[in-house]
Design a binder for this molecule. Structure first.
Ligand SMILES: *[C@@H]1O[C@H](CO)[C@@H](O)[C@H](O)[C@H]1NC(C)=O
Ligand SMILES: *[C@@H]1O[C@H](CO)[C@@H](O)[C@H](O)[C@H]1NC(C)=O
Ligand SMILES: *[C@@H]1O[C@H](CO)[C@@H](O)[C@H](O)[C@H]1NC(C)=O
Ligand SMILES: *[C@@H]1O[C@H](CO)[C@@H](O)[C@H](O)[C@H]1NC(C)=O
Ligand SMILES: *[C@@H]1O[C@H](CO)[C@@H](O)[C@H](O)[C@H]1NC(C)=O
Ligand SMILES: *[C@@H]1O[C@H](CO)[C@@H](O)[C@H](O)[C@H]1NC(C)=O
Length: 370
């Protein structure tokens, strides 16, 4: 599904970490759980953290090699195995998040995943933009509370919703689409409207009782094979690692603005905890210092077509007939041109869990430990 693959490019991850040393104020505002409570997560985002939502929504029958490195069968994740959000769930010893739209086999007792491949913040009223994901959450919440009020078993009660961690990892598809279509200054000029959507999502969740947020910045977009394989006049936009400077500069600028937005929201919502984690340096480091992580070809897909230097063909994606995957995905940062391999996701999750890239530096495993 090359065309669809391109549309799905979303990346996203969404996750988080909270840390602890922090100031007294941060500690006071930290996550609070009733004794014995289990962690509950709600995740919003794109394919970086889609655990099967798009496949369920569209009835897509993804085929191997998706999932081959862990689940041994396709799960709807655009990856050979686990996503960063999966590793974050493992760190809390909770089950992987069930996609909100997955009708069979789902268990929402530890939260739900609203992330959908291809999702962006804008336009806001299309399936499955961030705004729609938040509306789906409110629908989920109302149904759960309604069941409980009727004496039936709803997956999560009011206190569970209040204590839950709300993770947002979105923006990659917005920023990429802008860069693909507009000159740089016009791209930057559109950032405020993207950020306004993320702000609106947090405010809507907050006004409905959510208090704990973990917001991810976007990744090193200029190091993605899908972007690198686009025709260019010359190599003057490549940096020392072979990544596109313009895409990465846009990502860094976007993240700086998102970090500021999180500061602003923290100031306004005094009884909320809002952690911002910058994924750009984490993902850029995987490419720049790839040998440290055991990666050989940081700019080449494992599952793609065309051979070096990028092994990416927009018309022949990982799921296209005749496309074969590399033997050992653990040597690759990139899975299919847009999404990271499980090995890269594991490294990203470890960095998130280090708290080093978070503000405030709260520990993720501080959150509602059973
Ligand atoms: C989906 O793919 C699996 C193999 O991965 C196959 O066994 C199954 O028949 C397919 N289902 C449909 C409806 O094509
Ligand atoms: C993880 O959870 C399982 C039950 O879901 C429990 O049996 C196990 O002891 C837990 N492990 C840790 C380290 O808390
Ligand atoms: C859902 O998951 C929870 C926590 O892991 C578990 O206690 C419960 O039994 C599960 N429910 C079903 C129907 O499997
Ligand atoms: C929850 O969010 C919806 C949508 O923004 C809003 O209309 C509603 O007033 C909020 N509920 C509460 C209790 O604030
Ligand atoms: C490389 O291409 C850019 C435009 O993409 C142009 O501004 C620049 O002059 C070119 N450099 C050379 C050496 O041709
Ligand atoms: C590569 O690793 C070195 C040493 O840890 C670090 O100082 C540097 O910032 C890393 N480079 C990038 C681009 O992340």
């Amino acid at each position: 599904m090359p065309a669809a693959g391109a549309a799905l490019l979303a990346l996203a991850l969404s996750v988080t970490v909270l840390a602890l040393p922090a100031t007294a104020a941060a500690a006071a505002a930290g996550f609070s759980c009733r004794p014995g409570a289990r962690p509950v997560l709600f995740n919003f985002g794109d394919s970086n953290s889609d655990t099967g939502g798009m496949a369920a929504a569209m009835g897509w029958n993804l085929t191997r090699p998706e999932g081959r490195a862990f689940f041994s069968h396709p799960t709807g994740r655009f990856c050979d195995g686990r996503l960063t959000i999966d590793f974050l769930c493992e760190s809390l010893n909770i089950s992987y998040l069930s996609p909100y739209l997955k009708a069979l086999g789902s268990n929402y007792s530890n939260g739900a995943n609203f992330a959908i491949a291809g999702a962006a913040t804008l336009p806001r009223d299309v399936r499955f933009a961030l705004h729609i994901q938040v509306q789906q959450f409110l629908y989920f919440r109302d149904r759960s509370l309604e069941l409980i009020s009727q004496g039936l078993s709803g997956p999560i009660d009011a206190q569970g919703f209040q204590n839950a961690l709300y993770i947002i990892d979105i923006g990659q598809n917005d920023v990429n689409a802008l860069l693909d279509n507009f000159p740089y200054d016009q791209v930057l000029a559109k950032f405020p409207s993207i950020l306004a959507e993320i702000k609106g999502a947090v405010q809507t969740l907050y006004s409905n009782g959510s208090r704990n947020f973990w917001i991810h910045g976007t990744g090193a977009l200029g190091c993605l094979p899908q972007k690198l394989a686009m025709p260019r006049k010359n190599d003057s936009d490549l940096d020392q690692y072979g990544c596109l400077k313009t895409y990465n500069r846009a990502a860094v600028t976007f993240n700086a603005a998102l970090g500021s937005l999180c500061d602003q929201l923290s100031t306004q919502m005094k009884d909320a905890t809002i952690v911002y984690t910058d994924l750009f340096p984490i993902k850029y480091d995987l490419v720049a210092n790839h040998t440290k992580y055991g990666f050989n070809n940081p700019l080449m897909t494992c599952c793609g077509h065309g051979g070096p230097p990028y092994n990416y063909d927009i018309n022949k994606g990982c799921q296209s007939p005749g496309v074969t995957a590399c033997d050992d995905g653990s040597k690759f940062v990139n899975w299919d041109g847009v999404h990271l391999t499980q090995a890269a996701n594991a490294a990203v999750a470890a960095k998130i869990l280090s708290s080093q890239y978070s503000k405030p530096q709260l520990k993720f495993d501080k959150f509602c430990r059973v």
